[in-house]
Design a protein around this ligand. Structure first.
Ligand code: MTE
Length: 331
C-alpha cells in the first residue's frame, strides 16, 4: 500500500496526522479519523482506493428523468445571513469518500448510475416497502430551501437545495411507536465507487437521527440543487440536509431508511467515536479534539466568519436537546 501525506490547507498543521500513525490497519483507521475528514487535513492517498489513478470510471451520462421537475418554488421561511455560494464551487469541492478522499471527486462521481434507483423503507414500520426514485419524487411535495452547510472541517457554504421534508417520508413510512431512530444508508457498489474498495472503511456510509430530529421541520431530503437535479457529487439522487449539524451527518446517495429502536452507529463514529459522535450539533464553543470550531471559512471568501450555535438554526432545533444534558451533543 502506498501512503502519501500532503499538508492540508485550511487547518493548523498540528491537526495533520503524522506518518508514524500509519503503522498498521488499526492505526490507519485511527489515523483516518485523525484527519477527516482526512483529506482536508492530511490528504491521504492510497494505492488501494484508486485515488492514485487519475482515470475516472466511465461517466454515466444518461439524461436525468427528474430534470423536468425543477426549478421548484422557494420556501421563504428559511433565510440566509450570507450570499449563496457560487454553483461551480459547491459542485466541485466535495466530500464523498465513496469516490476518494480528496475534495476533487466530482468527475469520478459521474460513474454512478442513477436509474434504476430503488429506495427501501424497512424495520419498525407498518408496511416495509421498496419504491423507485421517480415514484417517490412524484409523491413528495417538492420545494426549494436555502440552507447553510457547516463541515466539521471548518469550511462552510450556503446553497439552494430542492427536495422534500424528511417528515413527509417518515409519515409515508408510518413507523411503529417503538421506533426511536431513523438509520439512513448510502448505496454500496465498488464497481462504480472505487473508494469502497478501501476495505478499512466500514462501508456502506450510514447515518442516523432520532425520530424527533427526523421529523423536525428543518430535516430535508435534497433531490435538487441550484434549481436542477442534484449532481452526483452532491449526493444524487437523494441526500440528507440537516443544517444544524456538522456536514458528515448529511449522508448522500441514499438507498435505505430503516426505522429502529437501536441508536445507529454512523460511519465516522465507527471509525473514531471520540471525534465524530452521533449528535454532531454545530457549536463554536466546543472544539473538535484537534481544532477549534469557533470560526469557519466560507467557500469563495478569504475571511473566516464566526460559527453560530446550531449553525444559526437554534430557534428551530434547540428544544430537541433541552432534556439531553448528559449527552455529547456537540461532537
Ligand atoms: N455521504 C457519503 N455517502 N459519503 C461521504 O463521504 N461526506 C459527508 C457528507 N455526506 C459523505 C457523505 C461530509 S463530511 C460532508 S461535509 C458533506 O457530505 C459534503 O457535502 P457536499 O459535497 O455536497 O458539500
Amino acid at each position: 500500500m502506498l501512503i502519501k501525506i500532503k499538508k492540508g490547507w485550511e487547518l493548523p498543521e498540528s491537526a495533520a496526522t503524522s506518518e508514524s500513525t500509519f503503522l498498521n490497519r488499526r492505526s490507519l483507521l485511527k489515523g483516518m479519523a485523525a484527519g477527516p475528514i482526512l483529506a482536508a487535513t492530511a490528504g491521504l492517498v492510497t494505492g488501494c482506493d484508486g485515488e492514485s489513478s487519475q482515470t475516472a470510471q466511465a461517466a454515466n451520462n444518461e439524461p436525468d428523468p427528474s430534470a423536468n421537475l425543477y426549478p421548484v418554488q422557494r420556501n421563504l421561511r428559511y433565510r440566509l445571513d450570507r450570499d449563496e455560494t457560487p454553483e461551480e464551487l459547491a459542485t466541485t469541492y466535495n466530500n464523498y469518500y465513496e469516490f476518494g478522499s480528496s475534495k476533487n471527486i466530482w468527475q469520478k462521481a459521474q460513474a454512478l448510475p442513477l436509474r434504476p434507483w430503488t429506495v427501501k423503507i424497512s424495520g419498525m414500520v407498518e408496511t416495509p416497502m421498496e419504491i423507485g426514485i421517480d415514484d417517490l419524487l412524484a409523491k413528495m411535495p417538492l420545494e426549494e430551501r436555502v440552507y447553510r452547510h457547516r463541515c466539521v472541517e471548518a469550511w462552510s457554504m450556503a446553497v439552494p437545495y430542492s427536495g422534500f421534508a424528511l417528515k413527509d417520508l417518515v409519515d409515508m413510512a408510518r413507523p411503529l411507536g417503538s421506533a426511536k431512530y431513523l438509520k439512513m444508508v448510502t448505496f454500496k457498489d465498488d464497481s462504480v465507487a472505487s473508494g469502497q474498495k478501501a476495505g478499512w472503511y466500514p462501508w456502506p456510509y450510514v447515518e442516523g437521527l432520532t425520530i424527533e430530529e427526523a421529523t423536525n421541520e428543518l430535516a430535508f431530503i435534497a433531490t435538487g440543487l441550484y434549481g436542477k437535479p442534484i449532481p452526483k457529487q452532491n449526493g444524487a439522487p437523494l441526500r440528507l440536509a440537516v443544517p444544524w449539524k456538522y456536514g458528515f451527518k448529511h449522508v448522500k446517495g441514499l438507498v435505505e431508511f430503516e426505522f429502529t429502536d437501536k441508536r445507529p452507529v454512523s460511519f465516522w463514529e465507527e471509525i473514531q467515536a471520540s471525534e465524530y459522535g452521533f449528535w454532531a450539533n454545530v457549536n463554536p464553543e466546543v472544539s473538535h479534539p484537534r481544532w477549534s470550531q469557533a470560526t469557519e471559512r466560507v467557500l469563495g471568501q478569504d475571511e473566516r466568519v464566526p460559527t453560530l450555535l446550531y449553525n444559526g438554526y437554534g430557534e428551530f432545533v434547540a428544544d430537541l436537546y433541552s432534556n439531553l444534558k448528559g449527552e455529547r451533543l456537540f461532537i
